[in-house]
Design a protein around this ligand. Sequence first.
Ligand code: FAD
Ligand code: SF4
Length: 401
Amino acid sequence: MAVKNSDMYYAYSNNEGIKEKGEYGGVVTTIMKHLLESNVVDGIVAVKEGFDLYDAVPCLITDPEEVIKTAGSIHCGTVNLASFIYKYLDGCRDMKIAVTCKPCDAMSIRELMKKGKIIEDNVIMIGVNCGGTLPPVPTMQMIRDVYELDPSDVIKEEIAKGKLIMETAEGEKGFGIEDLEEDGMGRRENCQRCDLKIPSNADLALGNWGVIGPLAGKATFVEVFSDKGADILNDVIEADLIAVEEPLEKGIAIRDKINNFMLSASAKKKEADYAGTSGDIIEVFKEYEDEFSKCMKCYGCREACPLCFCDDCCLEAEGPEWVPGGYTPAAPFFHLTRMVHMVDSCTNCGQCTEVCPCEIPVAKVWSTVNNKIRDVYGYLPGFDNGEPIPFTEHKPKDNWK
Ligand code: FAD
Ligand code: SF4
């Protein structure tokens, strides 16, 4: 059987240890281990559990025996692996890697590839579907207050059938995700807006949606999105490292249905978030003036942003010609500079909001403006088609207000 681009399978690992530790059959982990063992890559980039399941640690692994440490899904893992690859692995200039990526990781990696900051030929993208991640500290608080559980007793969390379920040794407890999110809990706000749930911009996309029948909970659904992905899957099947079955028609339909449901929920959230910001960028800033006036110029958003990489833009906003010693830059100035430079590439990954000590909804503002730009220029960040808009050559259409 030769695997082709756009093929779909149910799959699970033939390695009992990995199957046991993996989230849904351990296919991602098996692929990663194989790529390392067969020297296709020099390292794999994935996420492992640190202190507890609220502590997701991005890691580079070069020893195949260590790969099993990365098995399993960490839903409080809000890290962005594009930053890790760009900042700590020099954009894979001198090494080949395979990386597990949520859709927002994949989008940010693709943007950085287009900008020459990550070398595309040196990176294999093993995508995982993502319904959303939970912010670790507020989630622990929610588990105490709403679930009336000790966060350290929780062994697994998942979103299923509209509920956010916490599993302990005593059993399960679940609350409606919509109700939780209306009360400011649940998934991160950017995840609630996220409009890519199956990472079709990766080489493969794996997830549990659509796995029904006897394999439900024991296997993962794999969809192939590139020739590179097809070759890799073919290799692990031929080496008898994973078992595959044709997916059930009903399962494919269910997967589509869940994906579409999630996407329409995101569209509603975006509509609500963007309400009241019908004007141009300045209008958006005016809308959030009170929020941005709280900015203490720690520049954490810039540091955390996977797409903020130039040395000579925002740093200028801190220079003596703009900011005399002893002063901080005027509130919106730094943010406006940063926005002009990279908002077209914003992937709504939420890292900026996550780190902001002043709790400014930075990602919400950036996402609002990014979506305006999408409407005007038709540029969709995070996919390999289309060049990013060079900020020096913006040519707005006539209808740009
Ligand atoms: P495994 O062999 O267990 O490998 C899992 C891989 O994911 C490992 O490489 C691990 O390092 C990596 N990983 C774990 N946590 C993170 C993280 N936070 N960020 C990036 N990489 C991580 N599938 C769906 O169909 N619907 C969903 O709603 C859905 N939500 C998900 C949310 C998150 C945060 C994650 C990480 C995955 C989600 N998945 C979802 C995918 C699913 O949980 C499995 O990862 C997938 O089915 C592959 O299973 P596996 O047993 O082959 O993976
Ligand atoms: Fe998942 Fe999207 Fe949230 Fe990223 S932004 S963690 S892909 S839901």
